[in-house]
Design a protein around this ligand. Structure first.
Ligand code: NAP
Length: 537
């Protein structure tokens, strides 16, 4: 495409998930011309792609939604306590239509590269089809779990049956009736898929490498009085959420550590939380579950006991008991009938830790010990999390900065929002932000508000370039690590540290100091005149 045809905007946003939609809304309201690119053919990001059976949010519906417009939150009706994927996608579409966002979004377009020219102070964004646009600001709203990963098993291409990745699920319903189905993975996704597919399939074989902790959701229709009561206090609750660790209101903070309680007290508390359902509630049993191994063990032991209670076959129960990480150091899974599913005659669990998968065969799968005949195979094998989507693109600058090179030893950001050497590029909930450790939509709004306020301030003062200072970035990365190392989080081999991707540098990526602390830091940066950010005309 010739240079003359390169359209120019004030800002380009990459991604039309919840972050992209809100960025468009805010930037447009500032009076900027904005172009959004989205790979899918609709809005919704993670909720557009993850259409697998059983897909549901693990944060309660009344919290997991936008807060920017009180009218929107009053008019929208969430049917369930925890929303299913189709309801969240319906909501994303409603928001896109209600605020007339669709006209600025170009769908079915993947971005190949983003190039910053320092002399011209512009970003040139190029699509895989060769279309180019220019903009002063580049907003990466690319998501943290948006690069699905199918492990490079030998033989996938020779498999004669159908195979699916949870994060690239077809729009049409997949019918597993009468089929011998295999699923690889037992993370949050698989734990949601398994009870559904087990009800359809002739036989479901679950290939588990690492057992995870899962808690009951106790999901159900949201009673009208609960919804109404929440709506009555919505403004107050939204405000409160910013003063919590996970950005979720309504959970009274715990008052003491687990080891300060008597064994009887603890047992009663964990039972109460188990009966209530939900992950935050359980983690909020005591103050020190993510800080003290001894305390954590009491909460981990309790879940292992419940697994042994539920799963009738003792060998299967033992295999399902997580034993390689403290509870909560990986994202806790939330399920509806997961452990109960293992009591079905048509379900079997295979340990691929002791006998790893060797190859996918034309008729199934072979481990080092056994061969399995399968008609369909589901990969619930996760994502190249937090950095995958940015590094998939070629992001560079005219003075030689290259994002792949810059992040080769792990991602480095300032506040999880900016990267030194890449001016006027803003990342929404990037590595180093509490995004994935919080109610994601709240973090998206907080980041986007911060970014748009920064741009508004720049425009008011005739500043054209904002660039994170290298020193400030180093200090932020040190702080993120220091906070993580004061907790039990780094003990788990999770996607938080890139452990699920062979060869990925092991760095703790999310900020785990909590939403409240993070927001305070972001606000202070602004109060100090955008401390750590070099602003130039
Ligand atoms: P994940 O947590 O990374 O789990 C991937 C699973 O695949 C793990 O059990 C992993 O085993 C297994 N696996 C990967 N490669 C394998 C191999 N070569 N052989 C055998 N097993 C292999 O991914 P996910 O379940 O998609 O979840 C990712 C994140 O998405 C969650 O942590 C959560 O934040 C989010 N999520 C949220 C919800 C919700 O809101 N309810 C639902 C789904 C997902 P290892 O553990 O041994 O690597």
């Amino acid at each position: 495409m010739s240079d003359q045809s390169t359209e120019t905007f004030d800002a380009v946003v990459i991604g039309a998930g919840f972050a992209g939609l809100y960025s468009l809304y805010r930037l447009r309201n500032l009076g900027l011309s904005v172009k959004v690119f989205e790979a899918g053919d609709g809005v919704g990001g993670t909720w557009y792609w993850n259409r697998y059976p059983g897909a549901r949010c693990d944060v309660e519906s009344m919290e997991y939604s936008y807060s920017f417009d009180p009218e929107l939150e009053q008019e929208w009706v969430w049917p369930d306590k925890y929303s299913k994927q189709s309801d969240i996608l319906r909501y994303a579409n409603h928001v896109a239509e209600r605020y007339d966002l669709l006209k600025d979004i170009q769908f079915e377009t993947r971005i190949k590269s983003a190039f910053y020219d320092r002399d011209a102070n512009t970003w040139t964004i190029e699509t895989t089809e060769g279309q180019k646009v220019r903009a002063q600001y580049c907003i990466m709203a690319v998501g943290n779990l948006s690069t699905p990963r199918v492990p490079d098993f030998k033989g996938v291409d020779r498999f004669k049956g159908d195979w699916y990745h949870s994060g690239l699920w077809p729009k049409e319903e997949v019918d597993f009736s009468g089929k011998r189905v295999g699923i690889i993975g037992t993370g949050s996704t698989a734990i949601q898929i398994i009870p559904h597919v087990a009800q359809q399939a002739k036989h479901l074989t679950i290939f588990q490498r690492t057992a995870n902790y899962s808690l009951p959701a106790r999901n159900g229709p949201l009673p009208e009085d609960v919804r109404a009561a929440h709506k009555k206090k919505y403004r107050e609750l939204r405000e409160q959420a910013y003063f919590t660790p996970f950005g979720i209101a309504g959970y009274p903070p715990p008052e003491k550590g687990a080891i300060e309680a008597t064994p009887e007290e603890r047992e009663a508390k964990y039972h109460e939380k188990w009966a209530e359902g939900g992950t935050i509630s359980y983690l909020f049993s005591y103050t020190d579950l993510l800080l003290s191994e001894e305390s954590n063990k009491t909460a981990s032991d309790f879940v292992r006991e419940r697994i042994r209670d539920i799963v009738k076959d003792p060998a299967t129960a033992e295999l399902l008991c997580p034993n390689d990480h403290p509870i909560g150091t990986k994202r806790i899974c939330l399920d509806s009938g997961y452990y109960e599913t293992f009591n079905r005659d048509n379900v079997s669990l295979v340990d691929v830790r002791s006998a790893p998968i060797e190859e996918i065969t034309p008729n199934g799968l072979r481990t080092t010990k056994e061969e399995f005949e399968l008609d369909s195979l589901i990969f619930a094998t996760g994502f190249d999390a937090m950095t995958g989507a940015i590094l998939e693109m070629d992001v560079r600058t005219s003075d030689g900065a290259d994002m792949k090179e810059r992040w080769k030893d792990g991602p480095k950001t300032y506040l999880g929002i900016m990267v030194s050497g890449f001016p006027n590029m803003f990342v929404i909930t990037g590595p180093g932000s509490p995004g994935v450790k919080s109610q994601m939509i709240l973090s998206i709004e907080q980041h986007t508000d911060w970014i748009t306020d920064c741009i508004e301030n720049m425009r008011a003062k005739g500043i054209n370039r904002a660039e994170a200072e290298a020193d400030a970035e180093v200090k932020w990365v040190e702080h993120v690590n220091e906070v993580a190392n004061s907790t039990l989080y780094p003990q788990a081999n999770s996607w938080y540290v890139g452990a699920n991707i062979p060869g990925k540098p092991r760095i703790f990526m999310p900020y785990v100091g909590g939403v409240e602390a993070y927001k305070k830091i972001c606000d202070e940066v602004v109060e100090k005149g955008y401390e750590g950010i070099s602003l130039s005309p």
